[in-house]
Design a binder for this molecule. Structure first.
Ligand code: SAH
Length: 499
């Protein structure tokens, strides 16, 4: 029994600490805040209870005493409780109050610090917070007054410090902040910056002086969450920029990706690396079909009866090898069996397990695989196809045509997981994205279910293959098919369409 305060960092999972990740993966209950991103929530095990305490009822967040009592109640049930907060839990996040309360109630606790948005915003805006020539300190200030009273900040003292000033929760009072800095004697041309959605690919940064910044903020409709940075160091922002449009070809683009929950996604990683803002819909789940009495169990009893194993996806490889481990089947049972697969990703997954694949067609589709196998499989040899339920019928049809004997064994199915914990529902409902990227027909189905209000005919759907394209077309989407059935090829298509 313990409560751990975990700092989630300012945005996506990359800036969560390793300890924070490990703590989340062991959680029984997670109470999370408003600004915690979906990819962080997605690493929390399905078995954990998720409580969104950042939800606004009317216009009010869940009251602190309700949160405290929930922490207490869950901890007293003997659970591993995680209190997950944006940024760092001790920076304007009431972490101290929660710990005081837990301490009074003799509940053990721990704190995992997080990257505060104050520091992350500067890093992602190319603003060094200190600099030997012009800033020997930095100061983080809340612009949110308790009970909405007037700002109680000693601007005279702050301005005298001559360091870098960082204001959190300040968008709505930026006029007052800048004006009070000037009144306290700060140069009216002091460089200043505002960073909205810092450290995520939807980040926007605006530079100016303390005189000009309030108007810039209004003109560009800058919204919370944003960090205001005031000081000479802001002059370096243009020169030290590395997160701007010109360095990241897909910066400013928003792409919706329906993906497998808890699964890795090369597509998402690649898109993010190029600066895309990815709206993830983690609503598919791989459900192994490997229980007792399964087709896989039966076929493995006679593994020596097969000359070829055929994999068509990474998930198929993972489920198959997990099954061997779980049921203590020695990998040497596979000796002598030849292995074929479709796709570079699937091949990589097999390579990781020490297997050099005997045949991978140059083209990533079932038809190419069938044609290749027709040349390779000898008379009297039998193949075992280990793939998803309801797999592509063309592969089996062509194998039959080629006179190849095989068993088609479903080892998993992709099922819809309706317990989607967090999605950027507004972005989806309002079609506030440039592309939707689909890697399977079931991904299209899931999207259509979540995005009930979307206007499908306006959606540019980038699809991995013809089957997926057909599914997207059935909803009337504007469909584009990647040249190859790979994540890289899909990214290339998105780049091409964005150019
Ligand atoms: N504990 C948090 C701060 C919570 S107060 C931390 O350490 O970052 C909430 C304020 O944090 C917001 O009003 C905004 O000023 C800032 N903030 C949080 N996430 C942000 C982000 N991704 N980009 C810009 N500002 C952010």
């Amino acid at each position: 029994m313990k409560v751990t305060l975990v700092g989630a960092g300012p945005g996506s999972i990359g800036l969560l600490t390793v300890k924070g990740l490990e703590t989340l993966q062991r959680a029984d209950v997670v109470l999370y805040d408003r600004f915690v991103s979906g990819d962080i929530l997605a690493v929390i095990p399905d078995s954990a209870e998720m409580i969104n305490v950042g939800k606004y009822a009317g216009n009010h967040p869940v009251p602190q005493n309700v949160i405290n009592n929930l922490l207490l109640e869950k901890a007293r049930q003997g659970k591993n409780v995680v209190r997950l907060k944006g940024g760092d839990p001790f920076v304007f996040a009431r972490g101290g109050e929660e710990l005081e309360f837990l301490s009074e109630n003799n509940i053990p606790f721990e704190v995992v610090p997080g990257v505060t948005s104050a520091v992350a915003a500067a890093a992602y805006a190319g603003i060094p917070l200190t600099h030997r020539d012009c800033a020997s300190s930095f100061h983080v200030i809340t612009a949110h007054a308790k009970n909405n009273e007037a700002l109680n900040i000693n601007f005279d003292a702050l301005v005298k410090l001559d360091g870098t000033l960082i204001f959190l929760m300040g968008v709505s009072v930026i006029d007052i902040i800048c004006e009070r800095c000037i009144n306290a004697g700060m140069d009216k041309d002091m460089p200043a910056a505002i960073v909205e959605n810092a450290a995520v690919n939807s980040q926007r940064k605006f530079l100016g002086t303390i005189t000009a910044l309030p108007e810039i903020v209004r003109a560009n409709n800058v919204k919370s969450p944003a960090v205001i940075i005031i000081g000479k160091v802001c002059q370096f922002s243009t020169r030290c920029d590395w997160f701007g449009q010109k360095y990241l070809p897909l910066r400013g683009k928003r792409v919706v990706v329906t993906r497998v929950k808890h699964g890795m996604s090369e597509l998402i990683d690649n898109l993010r690396e190029l600066g895309c803002y990815v709206v993830e819909i983690p609503c598919l789940r791989i459900a192994p079909l490997t229980g007792s009495g399964s087709a896989l169990e039966k076929s493995l009893k006679n593994i020596k009866g097969y000359s070829w194993l055929i994999f068509t996806s990474c998930a198929g490889v993972n489920v198959f090898f997990d099954y061997l481990i779980d049921t203590c089947i020695d990998i040497r049972e596979l000796s002598g069996v030849r292995i074929a697969c479709v796709g570079a990703g699937t091949e990589k997954e097999l390579n990781k397990r020490g297997i050099t694949v005997d045949y991978v067609p140059a083209e990533y589709n079932g038809a190419a695989l069938a044609h290749g196998l027709a040349e390779l499989v000898k008379d009297g040899e039998r193949a075992l196809i280990l793939r998803a339920k309801d797999g592509d019928k063309e592969l089996t049809r062509l194998l039959i045509d080629a006179g190849i004997d095989f068993d088609d064994v479903p080892v998993y199915e992709k099922v819809k997981d309706t317990a989607v914990v967090s999605i950027d529902a507004d972005a989806i409902a309002d079609n506030k994205f440039d592309f939707a990227a689909f890697t399977s027909p079931s991904a299209v189905e899931c999207f259509a279910e979540v995005a009930v209000c979307a206007n499908f005919s306006e959606i540019k759907a980038v699809c991995i293959g013809e089957k997926t394209a057909a599914a997207a077309m059935s909803y009337g989407m504007d469909v584009y098919v990647s040249t190859d059935a790979t994540a890289e090829s899909m990214v290339e298509k998105i780049k091409e369409l964005s150019a």
